[in-house]
Write a protein that binds this ligand. Structure first.
Ligand SMILES: [Zn+2]
Length: 468
């Protein structure tokens, strides 16, 4: 009997030892860590992430819920059939499904790991974060009325966006043109100068978008008609001489050594051009001029004629072969050699220097996203940051960059997107499409609601405002 009992004791002991050997590595004290990744205290319909990590045996279960005055709503519940060291949970609130409303709430995250500690229930962690639920997008009211815009041209829309708005503007396809406050006394009134880019499908409908801190987005349509504009096509014959004399010098000498002429031309006409356009776009998008500096129509270079058109589709032919297609994004204006270049309107110089295919270039920011570009200059008489007046001489025409013959390349940009320059030279167009839009917005408030009404130069136009 003793022998049998002893045998059983031995077995029990062995089991206990085996159990301990099995359990000990399963026990750890590292608790899971939780990080709720929110950019602000606001939680809206914008998704956010929760990062859960466990440095021990791995995660077993995670639960996320939203607790507000009405109770607790489960946002996500996840069980891990196999151990996971870390996970990122994407949370997107569905207000309709959950029945949640705007107001204070709490995000609750509970994570459990696979440790055998605490009677095998594991390490548990619960994290709370106070938030404000905001599922209501900003309100937008359009104040300007009829917007007729040329394909490739400019427009202005005036609208009111409720005070919870953190970002608003006009969206045309993939393009976004921010609205600016500060022109009207009412801080909710915004002005968005926008382009209908020449390369956007004419079926695209521009909309006003307004976003709040919680990421709720309001999309509002406005009266809009697109006027079709037919842009021209032209052919340019590229000669060996042109490539040798003009194109090669635009690239670093050591980089062109083993390149044939065609390759060299394409490197400049495609790659460098694209790089230069990107730089212009970046300068336009980063504009910090939050007031309108211009007044009246934009000045066309004195005595100049337009030699090459905007959005002209150019086909490049080299030795009888079509090698490239590019758009010409401004006007070429020629007078005489080294002719004085005048600023088209008041503004601040945001670029003065070499800009690849555009050669010596000046970019003037006129405020609220509108800028003008002057290229191929032989000399530049202004510096970055200079305030310039309309018709002030900023340099001389030339043929620097990818230019044939002495001329000025003149471009107009809205938020870095090229637009049809002729509209801005045309007082009638400015009256109908800019001034009238502002007046329509003012009619909604009554007069004298402009912040800079004391000056009024912007609305008077060049002729009537300047001759006193
Ligand atoms: Zn040009």
């Amino acid at each position: 009997m003793n022998g049998i009992r002893g045998f059983f004791r031995l077995i029990v002991l062995a089991l206990i030892i085996a159990g301990i050997i099995y359990v000990i590595p399963q026990v750890e004290w590292y608790k899971p860590s939780i990080r709720i990744k929110l950019d602000s205290d606001y939680v809206g319909t914008n998704p956010f992430d929760i990062e859960v990590k466990d440095r021990g045996k791995g995660l077993k279960r995670v639960r996320v819920s939203l607790v507000d005055a009405h109770g607790e709503s489960e946002l996500i519940s996840k069980d891990y059939p196999v151990p996971v060291k870390e996970d990122i949970l994407h949370i997107k609130l569905d207000p309709v499904k959950l029945g949640i409303k705007d107001g204070p709430a709490e995000i609750r995250v509970q994570a459990e790991d696979r440790s055998r500690i605490k009677l095998f229930s594991g390490n548990k962690v619960t994290v709370f974060q106070k938030v404000v639920v905001d599922i209501t997008p900003p309100r937008v009211e359009v104040l300007s009325r009829e917007h007729y815009v040329n394909l490739g041209g400019s427009g202005l829309v005036v609208y009111k966006a409720s005070s919870d708005t953190v970002k608003s503007g006009v969206k045309v396809g993939e393009y976004f043109f921010p609205g600016y406050g500060g022109y009207f006394k009412d801080p909710e009134v915004h002005m968005a100068f926008f382009a209908y880019p020449y390369n956007v499908e004419p079926s695209e409908v521009p909309v006003i978008v307004a976003e709040d801190a919680a990421g709720n987005l309001r999309t509002t349509s406005f009266f809009f008609r697109l006027k079709k504009v037919v842009y021209r096509k032209s052919t340019i014959n590229v000669s060996d001489d042109f490539i040798k004399s003009k194109v090669a010098s635009l690239l670093p000498a050591d980089s062109v050594k083993n390149m044939d002429l065609k390759e060299l031309f394409l490197k400049v006409n495609r790659e460098l051009r694209q790089k230069n356009e990107a730089r212009i776009g970046e300068i336009g998008r980063n504009s910090v001029v939050k007031e309108i500096l211009w007044h009246g129509k934009f000045h066309q270079l004195s005595n100049s004629m337009v030699q090459a058109n905007f959005a002209d589709e150019r086909t490049y032919v080299y030795r009888g072969e079509v090698i490239d297609h590019q758009y010409h994004l401004g006007y070429d204006l020629a007078v005489t050699r080294k002719y004085p270049v005048e600023a088209a309107n008041d503004g601040v110089v945001v670029f003065a220097g070499d800009l690849g295919i555009y050669g010596n270039t000046v970019i003037i920011d006129h405020g609220f996203g509108l800028s003008t570009l002057y290229g191929h200059m032989s000399s530049i008489d202004v510096n970055l940051g200079d305030r310039v007046k309309k018709k002030q001489i900023i340099g001389r025409t030339g043929e620097t960059g990818l230019a044939v013959g002495d001329h000025l390349h003149f471009g107009v940009y809205i938020h870095g997107v090229p637009v049809l320059p002729v509209e801005w030279w045309d007082e009638q167009w400015i009256n109908n499409n800019i001034i009238k839009k502002i007046k329509e917005a003012e009619a909604e408030f009554g007069v004298n609601e402009r912040v800079d009404n004391k000056e009024g130069v912007f609305l008077e136009g060049e002729e009537s405002g300047k001759q006193s």
